[in-house]
Design a protein around this ligand. Structure first.
Ligand code: ADP
Length: 672
């Protein structure tokens, strides 16, 4: 077997490697070059051969770097590594290793052009991504297009060496471009190019054709469209249309005074940024427009409210004097007015009151519109709300001979979250309307029902009704249906106020009506959990004023309404001279009367769940043992038939619910 010649193998390997290997002596004369090195430095040519000074084989730049590094390697007596740009036959970059030795130095050059190119591409991509992500960030953060463009331009500048950007926006009304934002040109130049027609210069052409235009080597261009940018000293210019959903918003152009061209990937980057910007511009413009409109509307509203409020105050003061003095004249007993004068005074008073109502309603409307957020809500029982309003209006109903039916008992224990004053205003308005628009002898019914998380109140009448086509309009301010034949006075504000108040408390309002048959207005309020109101805070509030002194005896109260029972129990609770017995059914009531010591007075609800009140009445009046006990009927049914029937059967008094406690006690006093 042949022995292996190591030296031969080594020299074979050195010749075959793809790196260039050079050996120089102490004077840097070439001693050895492998095949790759010969190829790299063209050493096959006769003049480039061993013995020549190695650095003279190189260009000035690389020669200086290698000379310097060789010196350093020798001084430190250790190897030195570095990257070198050589630009030789498409091989551009080399990784150089210098190994110093006694006799000179060995130089190893490895071609890393491909690696460098990959690195460069990666860096470019990174740059592009960084700029894009920066652009996205800016778009999210900056609200104002000018600010956004400025900071984006700064980013782009560091990457693209730009000097100028010019942004035109397209104006729909003039069909022209108007300069909005710019950088790198002075104010005077900007003024000169403030407006561009479509098709004019580079930007006008981009706007008209909606395609990008890139102009390079502008200095040498004879294209008339580039005259303006040429005069601005720009050498290369890229102009983009800003399009959102196919709609032209404007143009955005970038220019450099140093570069004569852009690379394709740079143009693509600008393209991407312009598309993003166009979307953002559209949103911003929309928001700016909406904000402006909102501010205008708010300002107009504030002016209107202030005006109304001022006018109302100004009008109310003299009106109060008119009313006051007219009343004084009418009531003047020392110089009483004549009949004719009195008639005229009545007219003055009537008209002034009407005017005052109108002004008060107006003020209410303005106030409730202005203080939208200030509605303070509390938990209110349905019972107390309804009682509040019915108490106020009971008289009005009686005066006009209108029967009021309260059908809210099944919900009386439910609490709603609302403002007491505002709920009263709502109910009073609806009830007053019901009275106003219902002829004498009519009926008005107030009822409640639970609907999910809301309680629905309704005020129904069998009055004149409202035509279908008017039903939406009556909630608009000052809208009235003229009731010429009835000559019903009004202001047309009541229902607007009702709607505003209901909505402020989180509810809604509506009407169902048939012309000639009647109307049913409803509104909802949020329920505050279902709890029974045992406390009767509202009704017993006036208890201190209720005089019980002198009352003595036993009272039996028969009523299936637990709340009403509790109310009266609470009144007599601390009055030891009155023995107050309450029962929920007619049957229990009968046994109380017959089986124990008979009461001195019976309070009897007519509508009992087990036996009808009339039946109880008949039995008591037919029994000699009980026939003389006075009976006071109490009922929510205010109908004349019920009253007459009860009287026929022997009740001595008939009281209606909701109970007026003072009236009740006065009545009780008659019999105890
Ligand atoms: P006003 O009653 O002062 O005219 P409103 O705003 O309260 O103002 O009502 C607006 C209009 O709605 C009234 O002019 C009337 O035509 C109609 N309207 C309101 N309530 C009723 C009702 N219960 N029955 C019939 N029409 C009604």
């Amino acid at each position: 077997m042949n022995s292996i010649d190591v030296t031969q193998i080594e020299s074979f390997l050195i010749e075959c490697i793809s790196d260039s290997l050079i050996v120089v002596d102490r004077e840097l004369n070439l001693v050895y070059a492998n095949e790759e090195a010969k190829e790299l430095f063209s050493l096959k040519q006769p003049e480039r051969c061993y013995g020549s000074h190695f650095l003279q084989l190189l260009d000035k730049g690389p020669a200086e770097i290698i000379g310097e590094k060789l010196l350093k390697a020798r001084q430190q007596n250790e190897a030195v590594y570095f990257d070198l740009y050589l630009d030789r036959k498409e091989r551009l970059w080399f990784d150089v290793h210098l190994y110093p030795s006694e006799k000179g130095a060995t130089i190893l050059l490895r071609d890393i052009t491909a690696k460098k190119q990959v690195e460069e591409t990666i860096e470019q991509q990174n740059n592009k991504l960084r700029i894009l992500s920066e652009a996205a960030n800016q778009i999210l953060v900056k609200q104002e297009p000018g600010e956004l463009l400025e900071s984006l331009f700064k980013e782009l500048n560091s990457y693209l060496d730009l000097d100028v950007y010019i942004n035109y926006m397209f104006k729909e009304n003039t069909k022209r471009l108007e300069l909005m934002y710019f950088h790198g040109i002075d104010e005077q130049d900007a003024e000169d190019i403030r407006y561009l027609d479509l098709g004019m210069a580079v930007c006008g052409t981009v706007a008209r054709d909606q395609v990008r235009i890139v102009v390079e080597n502008i200095e040498e261009s004879t294209d008339p469209r580039v005259r303006i940018v040429k005069e601005l000293g720009i050498k290369t210019y890229a102009s983009y249309p800003l399009l959102s959903g196919g709609k032209l918003l404007g143009t955005l152009s970038f220019g450099s005074r140093n570069r004569t061209s852009f690379r394709e990937e740079e143009l693509e980057l600008l393209d991407t940024i312009c598309s993003q910007l166009a979307i953002m511009f559209e949103h911003t413009l929309l928001i700016m427009e909406l904000t402006k409109k909102k501010e205008e509307a708010e300002a107009a509203n504030a002016v209107k409210s202030n005006f109304l409020s001022m006018m109302s105050h100004e009008l109310r003061t003299p009106l109060n004097s008119i009313l006051g003095f007219a009343q004084i004249l009418q009531d003047d007993s020392s110089e009483p007015p004549t009949i004719r004068q009195n008639q005229k005074l009545s007219k003055i008073l009537k008209s002034s009151r009407h005017l005052l109502n109108l002004i008060n309603d107006l003020l209410e409307l303005v106030k409730s519109g202005v203080h939208d957020q200030e509605v303070k809500k509390e938990s209110l029982s349905v019972e107390s709300i309804v009682n509040d309003s019915l108490k106020i209006l009971q008289l009005q109903g009686k005066e006009k001979d209108i029967r009021i039916y309260d059908r809210t008992h099944s919900c009386s224990h439910i609490h709603v979250l609302a403002n007491r004053t505002k709920v009263n205003q709502i109910l009073l308005n609806l009830l007053e309307n019901a009275f106003k628009y219902t002829p004498a002898g009519g009926q008005v019914l107030i009822a409640c029902q639970v609907e999910g998380q809301k309680l629905k109140f309704s005020v129904t009448d069998n009055g004149v009704g409202i035509p279908k086509k008017e039903q939406d309009k009556i909630f608009e301010p000052f809208y009235r249906i003229f009731h010429l034949e009835n000559n019903i006075e009004g202001t047309g504000i009541g229902l607007t106020l009702v709607k505003q108040l209901v909505e402020q408390m989180g509810g809604s309002v509506g009407v169902k009506s048939a012309l000639g048959f009647g109307s049913s207005f409803w509104f909802t309020l949020p329920i505050d959990g279902e709890k029974v109101s045992y406390d009767h805070t509202y009704e017993t509030r006036g208890n201190k004023e209720l005089v019980l002194d002198g009352l003595d005896g036993k009272i039996l109260y028969i009523d299936d309404n637990y709340n009403d029972l509790s109310l009266l129990e609470a009144i007599f609770e601390n009055h030891s001279r009155v023995q107050f017995i309450s029962v929920l059914t007619g049957k229990e009531g009968m046994s109380q009367v017959t089986e124990t010591v008979p009461p001195n007075l019976i309070l009897l609800d007519i509508h009992l769940v087990d036996i009808h009140g009339f039946e109880v009445l008949r039995k008591l009046k037919n029994d000699p043992a009980t026939r003389d006990i006075p009976i006071i009927a109490i009922s929510a049914d205010t109908s004349q038939e019920t009253k007459s029937r009860a009287t026929e059967l022997g009740v001595c008094e008939f009281l209606t619910k909701p109970l007026d406690l003072t009236e009740l006690l006065m009545t009780i006093r008659k019999y105890l």
